[in-house]
Write a protein that binds this ligand. Structure first.
Ligand SMILES: Nc1ncnc2c1ncn2[C@@H]1O[C@H](COP(=O)(O)OP(=O)(O)OP(=O)(O)O)[C@@H](O)[C@H]1O
Ligand SMILES: [Mg+2]
Length: 265
């Protein structure tokens, strides 16, 4: 809750009927840092994002944004609160160019009237939106793809474009849910470099199953299991935490350590 956090969550509990998806979860995100969220399938990672972005109504809990205690944001308020997310599995529109797809992100994230902006009376508004889209593409390392059609992109390039689409609203906090899924090691390394640059611009909360990748990029890591934060701190700290090793691979500490990248430390 301090003024030095971009986002602070405490006591977040989410119940779906009889299922407690999140139980008393806390999370602090300092400006210009990357916070990694890891944990087994069904641990509640996406539900944290859904709570922050208005897709799920928390049963209880508090959220502070830029040091100010707020109501949980509705999805149409995200841009106003400086929050943006990539949506898992939401592809690009094949009939629009890359830059137009990114311009579309302004609509998705802010609720503004995109079609009016893009095709309406104001050519000025379109030019402004296009400049913002090009800026977002540059930050995502995808400026040279601006005039291409989505069908001409490689899979790693589409990942960059979807980041650009989230950046067009100029967020202070960017939520990325499994952005590296399906990438090969080379592209994961390039993606890690991109995110480290991007944190100069905004704080990033990232959910990923690639634990080594999370370790390489994160300033802080939170580990969830069965809806609870079972460990938090630097990656070096959490990867040695017995609670984390047990959660990942039963009680086999040595194998768990290897799974969490400890074997290479
Ligand atoms: N809208 C919903 N209604 C009912 N149950 C839900 C809903 N969303 C999530 N759940 C349940 O809440 C739990 C946490 O799900 P969540 O999607 O947050 O996990 P996760 O950590 O993101 O998992 P994964 O790594 O597989 O993406 C799961 O048991 C899931 O089935
Ligand atoms: Mg998930």
């Amino acid at each position: 809750m301090s003024e030095t956090t971009d986002l602070s969550i405490s006591n977040l509990t989410v119940k779906f009927g009889g299922l407690t998806a999140l139980d008393d979860v806390f999370l602090d995100v300092a400006p210009n840092t990357i916070v990694g969220l890891i944990g087994p399938n069904g641990a509640g990672k996406t539900t944290i994002f859904n709570s922050i972005s208005g897709l799920v109504t928390p049963t209880s809990g508090e959220i502070s944004i830029h040091g100010k205690k707020m109501k949980w944001p509705a999805s149409h308020q995200l841009a106003e609160f400086g929050i943006s997310r990539t949506l898992q599995g939401v592809g690009l529109f094949s009939g629009l160019s890359v830059v137009e797809n990114v311009m579309m992100g302004a609509n998705i994230t802010s609720g503004s009237n995109f079609l009016k902006d893009l095709f309406g009376a104001s050519g000025k508004a379109e030019a402004k939106l296009r400049r913002r889209a090009l800026d977002a593409l540059a930050w995502a390392g995808a400026l040279d793809m601006a005039e291409k059609m989505p069908g001409d992109l490689t899979y790693p390039q589409t990942k960059r474009v979807s980041i650009a689409r989230a950046l067009i609203s100029q967020p202070k906090i960017l939520l990325l849910d499994e952005p590296a899924a399906g990438l090969g090691q080379d592209d994961i390394d390039k993606f890690a470099a991109l995110l480290k640059q991007l944190k100069q611009r905004c704080a990033i909360i990232i959910v990923e199953h690639h634990v080594d990748f999370i370790g390489a990029i994160s300033d802080q890591v939170y580990v969830l299991n069965f809806g609870k934060v079972i460990s938090s701190g630097t990656f070096d700290h959490v990867k040695r935490d017995p609670a984390v090793l047990a959660a990942y691979l039963g009680t086999s500490t040595q194998t768990g350590s290897e799974k969490l990248g400890g074997g290479h430390a």
